[in-house]
Design a protein around this ligand. Sequence first.
Ligand code: T5A
Ligand code: NA
Length: 210
Amino acid sequence: MSCRRGALIVLEGVDRAGKTTQCHKLVQALQQSGRAAEMMRFPDRTTKIGKLISSYLEKKSNLEDHTVHLLFSANRWEMVPLIKQKLEQGINLVVDRYAFSGVAFTSAKPGFSLEWCMNPDVGLPKPDLVMFLQLNPNMAANRGEYGIERYETSAFQRTVHQRFEQLMQDSSVNWKVIDAARTIEEVHKDIKLLSEDIISLAENQPVGEL
Ligand code: T5A
Ligand code: NA
């Protein structure tokens, strides 16, 4: 006998779309309904690699563009043993950003192809569900503290949004688009329903690879 595995659920979207808010609410809701659930976020700024990334994002240090891309990917790879372990233990993981953010943000810089950007993340555990919080970057800009960290300019975010649109063409990934311009509760209701559905489906399937 083996225990049912947990689902790998990812929230993506442009900056300020509400990902962190919704991840917390989803974990709480799943736990309240008696399911094991934990949150994970990328970048994970607590590791050695994560601290390099955090300093870069806060503009306290500069890193060459390819280098920082590989660090973001390495920051996911260093969590893979833990991700696999949690899923095997039957814990549902709710992940705030994943490889798709990595690709969308770097490929929004001049001279980076989607293909080059995707390569370092090939082989990562594949999410069972990726929910894209759709929000016009102009609306996102009106939500608190926009413009402090690197990448937080409307022009760059518009390009990031276009890259996400391109990534969502990939039908081998289970994308669901969520209208994030609604209230926190309305958005949460959709996210919870989609997550509950995927949790029952995923438990009968092995974890895939990106
Ligand atoms: N990055 C990331 C890469 O370049 N490569 C990578 O591989 C990865 C993983 C940091 C940066 O790193 C880049 C992308 C980012 O630029 P981060 O630490 O996740 O990534 O970014 P944060 O600044 O923490 O989070 P975001 O800006 O993405 O915001 P969220 O999580 O989408 O939004 P949230 O929930 O914090 O909400 C923002 C504000 O809006 C309000 C909230 O209360 C909050 O004030 N809000 C709403 N207001 C109205 N209606 C709603 N429905 C609302 N939902 C939330
Ligand atoms: Na966030």
